[in-house]
Design a protein around this ligand. Sequence first.
Ligand code: TYD
Ligand code: MG
Length: 453
Amino acid sequence: MAKTKTAFFCQNCGTQYAKWVGQCSGCKEWNTVVEEVVQKEEKSSWKTPSNTAKKVSKPLRVNEINTERELRLDTYDLEFNNVLGGGIVPGSLILLGGEPGIGKSTLLLQIALKLPYKTLYVSGEESQKQIKMRADRIHPNSDNCYILTETKTQNIFQQIEATEPDIVVIDSIQTLHSDYIESAAGSISQIRECTAELIKFAKETNTPVILIGHITKDGTIAGPKILEHMVDTVLQFEGDRNYVYRILRALKNRFGSTAELGIYEMQGSGLREVNNPSEILISKNDEGLSGTAIASTVEGMRPLMIEIQALVSTAVYGTPQRSTTGYNAKRLNMLLAVLEKRAGFKLGAKDVFLNITGGISVDDPAIDLAVVAAILSSNEDIYIDKGVCFAAEIGLAGEIRPVQRVEQRILEAEKLGFSTIYVSKNNKITLKNTKIKIELVAKIEDIASSLFD
Ligand code: TYD
Ligand code: MG
């Protein structure tokens, strides 16, 4: 029998050590290094079929390389296609990460059920019956989707050879284990080995593989960081579990941009693609409510109108509370300080709560002006006209700064029927014949006088 070999791995970043250490020198985390059994063998459970003769690659000029095989597979899901940059590239490995219960399995099962090609959905987490129940809720009939409940890669590859699917979905990489590694499923060395086997399979057969990956508490994909380097595309599915909206974004994409973003709504019958997100993110109130302001933001390539709500009230305790949902709390503190110093609003003894509706979180600085407007509106208890929206950043001197792609924001606001948009005086705007009134403002004081006088 082969001697059992062990090595120590950091569970956070995957750095390997010969002996135990308290702090990982790779990522500086404490107590993350654990011993795992490894058995180095130059084997992989995916065996190249004998009919694919070993190719020896030779250098080619860039324009000689045949890109025909890079035709993308349509996923029949507009948002998913967009985020991937136009569809799935054959032979690519896609990793989809997200918090538990956010809807990763639902999304991929839904896509698998819609595809006209043969798909194999391998689940190590749920039984075939459970998956069938879910499939019934989403899309009752599909002739092309095969469900396999298996966690051993050797068996999975056997079934793949028998079924010959066009796409393979693995739910999840943390449940897989390979016979060639002795440590438990979900450990660093298992994840690495199983991914390597799947990559070998994907590249040799030109079959795309989509992996589901769990994420850790701090939001990174569980397992070694190198997992993210090994795959071609890393997608993240995110959202607040208490809300229905989910956002799909690419963190890495070898075949497209990472700026695209997909929005879904979780319904009783699966996920619905949201093609015009602005309409759903703005609450439809007819009566004017103080403390709300609309920002025109850009997520990825897409303009998005979001509603910001603020509540300013007298602090009950000595230290005023500042609390935010979907917005950076430090940025809020900064804006409050700017309001106090540059515009003379005494907010130091007030509680300030800020909320971006719809459960999404935004870090576009262009929503600063809307945040300030919402705070002032709540503080003065005067509502902002429903037809008004904002797109500008605020600087420390209280100046209103220009933002990128302002024209796209203006056009989106106009499309949705807004009558006025406040932007920075320093933004160069060449738009002509717009119905929307473009208010140019330079300083934070201007906005207060313009809105509330
Ligand atoms: P799931 O895909 O199991 O999440 P993950 O794989 O990321 O852990 O999604 C689970 C949640 O989605 C669950 O709380 C129920 C909800 N859901 C719906 O609201 N509608 C549906 O049609 C389905 C299938 C799930
Ligand atoms: Mg799941």
